[in-house]
Design a protein around this ligand. Structure first.
Ligand code: URA
Length: 230
């Protein structure tokens, strides 16, 4: 039980710091007395992210699906708690699982360039995934895994209230839209997720394999940028 609590606390701290939490040092005048909570303990604050912290706490040391058994870290999401743009990928890969942060591997490098191309910095947007634990050998997430995890993403979307969601790849788009269609048929149009405009585009990993799709992605990103500016 203590080990579970420790891991849960560790993951919450990691999430808080990855979300841009800052530490407010106390005035540090009070001595710590036995059994009392010192008033000069550092305060963790996530800009616009109090509700995100609560969602992360609700997940705890999540065991709601089988993906939990193979994970190193829950990859909750990073970025600005009130970002105008939310990027949603499929699920953490090896590097993301190791570091506890989404899109930090090769595909992440390309996502960073995509974000830059529309005049933003990574820390100005929010980045999350459909499932928060790594599927083994990077297989597609299963229906039951998505079903167990997506309520947390939906809660994150509510908390962030972005101007636009950019769904990266078919799994992100179809899971949020609740329809089954190839990405080629979904992209190029504006969809909606609970009233929030949703723009599907190719996943950066697909782009790494198919650089000729960059032209289409650029069109989608321009739409994302324009919707965020409204
Ligand atoms: N691919 C994803 O879909 N998400 C990540 O976080 C990394 C790679």
């Amino acid at each position: 039980m203590q080990e579970r609590l420790r891991r849960s606390f560790e993951e919450t701290l990691k999430f808080a710091s990855a979300s841009g939490a800052w530490i407010v040092p106390g005035e540090s005048k009070n001595a710590v007395k036995g059994g009392e909570i010192p008033s000069d303990l550092p305060i963790l604050a996530v800009p616009g992210g109090g509700r995100l912290t609560a969602i992360r706490e609700e997940m705890g040391d999540c065991k709601r699906c089988g993906l939990s058994s193979g994970r190193t870290h829950i990859v909750f999401g990073v970025g600005k708690g009130d970002a105008g743009i939310l990027f949603v990928g499929e699920g953490p890969g090896e590097e993301e699982d190791r570091r506890g942060e989404p899109f930090v591997g090769r595909a992440g490098g390309l996502l960073d360039k995509m974000i830059k191309a529309i005049g933003c910095k990574r820390e100005e947007v929010y980045i999350a995934n459909i499932v928060k634990c790594r599927p083994p050998r990077n297989r597609d997430p299963k229906v039951e895994e998505i079903a167990a995890c997506i309520p947390f993403l939906k809660a994150q979307i509510k908390a962030i209230n972005p101007a636009v969601i950019c769904a990266l790849g078919r799994h992100a788009a179809t899971s949020l839209l609740g329809i089954d269609a190839p990405l080629g048929r979904l992209r190029g149009q504006r969809h909606h997720f609970e009233g929030v405009p949703l723009i599907p585009t190719y996943h950066p990993a697909y782009l790494l394999r198919n650089p000729s799709a960059k032209r289409d992605v650029w069109r989608d990103l321009q739409l994302v940028r324009d919707l965020a500016a409204r």
